[in-house]
Ligand binder design. Sequence first.
Ligand code: NAP
Ligand code: COA
Length: 289
Amino acid sequence: MSSMYSGKEKLIDEYKYVFNKDLLKGKVAFITGGGSGIGFTITEVLMRHGCDTVIASRRLDKLQDSASALEAATGRKCLPVQMDVRDPKKVQAAVREAMTKFGKINILVNSAAGNFLCPAEGLSFNAFRTVMDIDTNGTFNTTKVVFDEYMKNNGGTIVNITALLQVRGQAYQLHAGCAKAAIETMTKHLAVEWGEKGIRVMCVAPGPISDTEGFSRLGGKALSDEYVKNIPVQRLGTREDIANTVLYVVSDAAQLLTGTTVIADGGSWLTSENNVRRSRKLIEMYSKL
Ligand code: NAP
Ligand code: COA
């Protein structure tokens, strides 16, 4: 995969199977934000392991293109459904459409999110609320509806895609950091309450992932060679890395994992600097690129 985001969704060139190809045979996954970026590749990897899928977001034409490409590449079914995660009625309609088509939802991946770089003092009330609404309320809305419609009586696995902004506090990311921190807390509460119903609730936290909208929006272009050299595994992450992490988390190999976050960043949050003056300079430089 190339390192910058082109806007067109790319399938994995040559997928290397680690797990059995039938790992998720007979299962159905509902993926918010599954029409693009990390969510698209998570959908692809789940389908490559026998899973049928539902991809849900606002742009139906984009979802339809992605679903056709995914079905052609994997031979599994992919249903595109239009919904805004902020609108519980739309979420209910989308989940019911998925239930009518497949009769079950064993896996939910909440990957939909909104983000942009903005200094705290520049955030309007509505800007802060919008990101909280998409990320945190959107994750709750979809989780609650999938629970009510299927998982309450049947169990399942929920994976919330978070980030690492919230771990140390990062320049120009107050809104997204607050939203992702809330999702990680929600994950713990739900794991505690729903464990006895056979539901595991997890987070996967990616570091910077090249070839994504998020990377492009959040100053990926400004990351130096030095930044990459400081990452313990010596490279940026890819969509495939995150998809493989999600695959493990939803598999039976991870039955003891619930209420926690798997950080998938090659160790970068441990070693990358968090110098606010330098971050500001990089962001200003990036905005001129
Ligand atoms: P992306 O392709 O822009 O993914 C965001 C998805 O969310 C899109 O498919 C978008 O589809 C959907 N979405 C946005 N608002 C929505 C709404 N109101 N209702 C329903 N769907 C909505 O970006 P990405 O970079 O791959 O990000 C995917 C996830 O990874 C996000 O949770 C992000 O925070 C996380 N993450 C990314 C990185 C990175 O480096 N890229 C790092 C850490 C974490 P529509 O426009 O069609 O609605
Ligand atoms: N900097 C500061 N404020 C911004 C902004 C930016 N780059 N982009 C949007 N906002 C503000 C808007 O000005 C508005 O506030 P206002 O009414 O006070 O002016 C508020 O945020 C909502 O913007 P709007 O464009 O109406 O929201 P939307 O619901 O149409 O879109 C976003 C949501 C803004 C998050 C949009 O960027 C989006 O759809 N993102 C999805 C893709 C994405 O972010 N991918 C990366 C995931 S990591």
